[in-house]
Ligand binder design. Structure first.
Ligand SMILES: Cc1cc2nc3c(=O)[nH]c(=O)nc-3n(C[C@H](O)[C@H](O)[C@H](O)COP(=O)(O)OP(=O)(O)OC[C@H]3O[C@@H](n4cnc5c(N)ncnc54)[C@H](O)[C@@H]3O)c2cc1C
Ligand code: SF4
Length: 857
């Protein structure tokens, strides 16, 4: 406060607290002081050098995707005024007089203080390169920086980012989105050298280069040349050069400690205001928090540690709790150029005795590494590149020292077919103390209490109320799960939106796709969603598009939406190899085809097993072997069995009247006809079927999504049964019908299910939720009560007419075949695969059978 204002305020006998810096952490501190009622004890004054109050720097790049400064603002309008906080916007604090206890600003404001909190943040480091000040050079820290960059970029064609760390890559994304040919120059041998290791760095680099950004590692810039004062060229230490129109420096940060330094407060040798466990500087009346503070020789370049420091000082100065700062976790989850990257805990396995488990899939661009303690029971850290969906869960395992499941590698894989997610992964299994949002230090108990007390039923309100998920966003899936779980417990209907990117259910999206003739995910999200999509909506929309238009799932607009199994048209196994399952309609297999299967298995060293669906599964194929295997199989007349897809699997059958003395109809012929009719049909979940030749039911048709049993008069049709984890008997939909009627009803039933089910909902679960149960279903399918049966039949006819074997189409297309290599630029097989011989066949080794532990490092 100015001296006049302070005279008035002194009457209140409150003490004066000056906060220097109104960035993310300075603002958080003020918010906490308000929340703790500390405005009763303190007159709060803050200096804000920038021309706008605190905004969300973490999501700064959102400015380039249309967010305004107002959208990014962190300060609720009127918050400071209502709480009597005096803010000096666009005014930098320039001096602290510790003897007279005053702070002076650039605009000449002088304020007396009892305590000061320094929250001055950091500035981007610009290396001392000759020519660094030419026109066309920028940094990436403030809204003003971004405004300047975007104005200049309008005249540019090429842009370079110096620095391949997380901010550098974010910045590269911005340049790319501005339509510039983009390069990233990194001094170190890999990208993001602090967060990820060599193997992760290689995958990240591939992914980023695939997106059209050129990456140059091991490069040191020696000079920036200009023409008429404008940047034109960069020279490198290795003698090479690069022509460019603009350069953005993102080569690290340096703490803004000048005001402390100039007033005699201790700073570190390499900068940073030294603080103790209470965030006090060498002057006990002055605290430092956020990126300007140096704690145990470390500057934390993330927002969460700054928020923790803000909490500590707010506790101390409001006398609300005894707390101290003891360091902070540097876990991060980011999306860089659309690529997920996460790193947490002991990511480089520095703990003595630590073990590593890693999977690297260069084709899909996924790298996942877990660091375990010596006996493999606890998670110490990890790195995720390309797919960080498990981040929230893994972080909980680490932070709460939850015992790992017997096969920790399961945590890196999608749940195996028919199995629940790995042990301990549900939110209900987390303790109340579990820290869910590390950016804002929000525990599970706080989230649950907010939901219960505020009757919260949507994620936006929950985020606003608890602040959970408003930092880096990495915990949003967990926060959402907690909300759903609490709502369920309270008996409240859970909204059926597909995910945070679409405010529609799967059923509604299906309808939108069909009625608006939408053919791609990008078009759908552009017209009816927001953001870039996630691991929930992408495969769900891919499935809707396939169920509607039946394009090949590996066509360019669809391929990046597919999950790993669909991406390789094969099921990934626990050792990272794949299985091959050709279609065997009705389980009928000629001796010649059997021989070819045997030969292929021998030639490629595959494990063979007869499946419950009457076909032969070949296990242990490497990605690069898949096309060769399939070429042999297709030449013999086999087709894809779609064992990898949420699609029709098998139509099992008995031999029926052809061989069996009890048989009353030819169940095998019908099973073959049904399987060929619906082969390749994509659905919300997998579909299984069976045909039995009489009521003895040897094909177990009543445990299938649709099952057919022969009668003396024709066929009985059963629907919505399944085996698996929660077996359910199918229900009789129609009896004694002829084959044509049967096929018509199955067409209608399947399309009705495809239209209306939720994502990943089997027919049994869908049926259990159907109001009116079997009577309603009979009305819709048999009596056409909704008047949609002609449409349903026409939709099915389209799908049947447009069927093609996905594998045949793939091996005939050189572009699609490109993907089936283990390393993108290399045809060599994966050296990390280890197999053990058992009962005359090979199987993947368990971790304890490998030597050393299955690490790629
Ligand atoms: C593009 C970008 C992306 C990022 N992404 C992430 C991320 O994903 N996750 C993550 O955890 N972190 C991220 N960060 C880092 C995060 O933004 C910082 O950790 C956080 O902003 C630090 O807060 P702070 O308040 O310490 O500093 P700042 O937010 O920088 O605020 C300091 C403020 O103090 C002002 N100031 C300085 N000196 C004075 C003075 N003498 N008088 C008055 N005012 C002064 C400055 O102008 C500034 O406004 C990102 C940063 C950037 C730039
Ligand atoms: S279901 Fe009937 S027809 Fe089929 S094998 Fe069994 S007994 Fe024979």
């Amino acid at each position: 406060m100015t001296k006049t204002q302070s005279a008035e305020k002194f009457m209140t006998a409150k003490k004066n607290l000056v906060v220097i810096g109104n960035g993310m952490v300075g603002h958080k501190f003020l918010e906490l002081m308000i929340a703790k009622g500390a405005t009763q004890q303190w007159n709060l004054v803050t200096f804000c050098e920038e021309t706008r109050v605190a905004y969300d720097r973490v999501n700064l790049s959102g400015y380039f995707s249309g967010k305004t400064a107002a959208d990014l603002s962190l300060v609720e309008p009127g918050l400071y005024q209502e709480n009597g906080i005096e803010i000096h916007i666009g005014d930098k604090a320039v001096a602290i007089n510790r003897e007279e206890k005053t702070v002076t600003s650039a605009n000449g404001v002088e304020v007396t203080y009892d305590k000061i909190v320094l929250a001055t943040g950091s500035y981007p480091f610009v290396p001392p390169i000759t020519g660094k000040d030419a026109q066309g050079t920028f940094v990436y820290r403030t809204i003003d920086d971004l405004e300047a960059m975007s104005a200049y970029a309008k005249t540019c064609k090429v842009g370079v980012v110096i620095g391949g760390g997380l901010l550098g890559l974010e910045c590269a994304n911005a340049l790319k989105n501005m339509g510039l040919t983009t390069h990233v120059i990194e001094f170190a041998p890999r990208l993001m050298p602090v967060q990820i290791d060599d193997a992760g760095g290689a995958i990240l680099r591939n992914k980023i280069e695939e997106l059209g950004v050129s990456v140059h590692t091991n490069k040191s810039t020696t000079e920036i040349l200009n023409e008429n004062g404008k940047v034109v060229k960069m020279l490198f230490a290795d003698g090479s050069f690069l022509e460019t129109d603009m350069i953005v420096f993102s080569a690290g940060i340096r703490p803004r400690d000048e005001i402390a330094r100039n007033s005699g407060i201790e700073v570190g040798d390499r900068g940073g205001i030294i603080i103790n466990d209470y965030c006090q500087t060498s002057d006990p009346n002055i605290y430092a928090i956020g990126e300007c503070a140096l704690y145990q020789n470390r500057i934390y370049g993330l927002v969460a540690p700054g928020y923790t420091m803000a909490g500590v000082v707010a506790d101390i100065l409001s006398n609300s709790a005894k707390s101290s700062f003891t360091g902070a976790d540097m876990s991060t989850k980011l999306k860089l150029l659309g690529v997920d990257v996460a790193s947490f805990g002991d990511n480089f396995a520095k703990t003595p005795g630590a073990k590593e488990i890693a999977i690297a899939d260069s084709v899909q661009g996924v790298y996942k590494k877990l660091v375990l303690n010596q006996d493999g029971t606890l998670l110490l850290g990890g790195i995720l590149v390309g797919d960080a969906s498990a981040y929230g869960t893994l972080l909980q395992f680490m932070q709460n020292a939850i015992a790992l499941p017997p096969h920790p590698e399961d945590l890196l894989m999608p749940p195996r077919e028919g199995k629940a997610a790995a042990v301990g992964m549900g939110v209900d299994s987390l303790p109340d103390t579990a820290q869910i949002c590390s950016c804002n230090n929000v525990s599970k108990a706080q989230i649950c209490t907010a939901i219960q007390e505020g009757n919260i039923t949507d994620i936006a309100t929950l985020k606003k109320c608890t602040k959970a998920g408003t930092g880096c966003g990495g915990c949003v899936p967990l926060v959402t799960d907690i909300l759903k779980s609490e709502m369920k417990k309270a008996g409240i209907e859970v909204k059926n939106n597909l995910c945070e990117h679409f405010s529609y259910s799967r059923q509604e999206l299906y309808h939108l796709v069909r009625t608006h003739n939408i053919k791609t995910f990008d078009d759908l999200i552009h017209r009816h969603g927001k953001g870039m999509g996630c691991e929930i909506c992408k495969p769900a929309v891919a499935s809707i598009l396939a169920s509607t238009w039946n394009d090949h799932i590996l066509e360019t607009p669809h391929v990046s939406l597919q999950d790993t199994n669909d991406y390789y048209l094969a099921n990934i196994q626990r050792d990272g190899t794949y299985s091959v399952v050709p279609r065997v309609p009705g389980g009928e297999l000629t001796p010649d085809k059997l021989i070819v299967l045997g030969e292929v298995a021998k030639d490629f060293g595959l494990y063979t097993k007869i499946t419950g669906g009457q076909r032969i599964d070949l296990f242990g194929a490497r990605v690069d072997q898949l096309p060769h295997i399939w070429r042999r199989l297709i030449d013999t007349g086999f087709e894809s069995g779609h064992a990898y897809g949420k699609a029709l699997r098998t139509v099992k059958s008995c031999v029926g009247s052809t061989w069996c003395r009890f048989g009353v109809q030819d169940s095998t012929s019908l099973a073959i006809e049904v399987e060929l009719r619906y082969r390749g049909l994509r659905a919300p979940h997998k579909l299984k079927s069976a045909v039995s030749g009489c009521t003895r039911e040897c094909a177990e048709a009543q445990s299938k999504d649709f099952g057919i049993i022969a009668t003396e008069k024709g066929w009985n049709l059963y629907v919505c049964g399944n085996g698996g984890m929660k077996p359910q008997h199918a229900v009789l939909l129609a009896s004694d019908i002829d084959k044509e009627t049967l096929i018509k009803y199955v067409d209608r039933f399947l399309m009705f299910y495809i239209r209306t089910a939720n994502r990943l909902e089997r027919t049994a679960t869908w049926f259990n939720k159907l109001e009116g149960g079997i009577d309603y279903l009979k009305q819709v399918i048999l009596e056409d009560s909704l008047g949609i049966c002609a449409e349903l039949e026409a939709e099915m006819t389209h799908l049947i007419n447009t069927y093609e074997c996905e594998w045949k189409a793939t091996i005939e297309d050189p572009e699609k075949i490109q993907r089936f290599r283990h390393f993108v630029n290399d045809d060599s097989p994966d050296p990390s695969l280890v197999h053990i011989e058992e009962r005359g066949q090979k199987r993947p080794a368990y971790e304890h059978e490998k030597s050393p532990v299955g690490s790629l490092n």
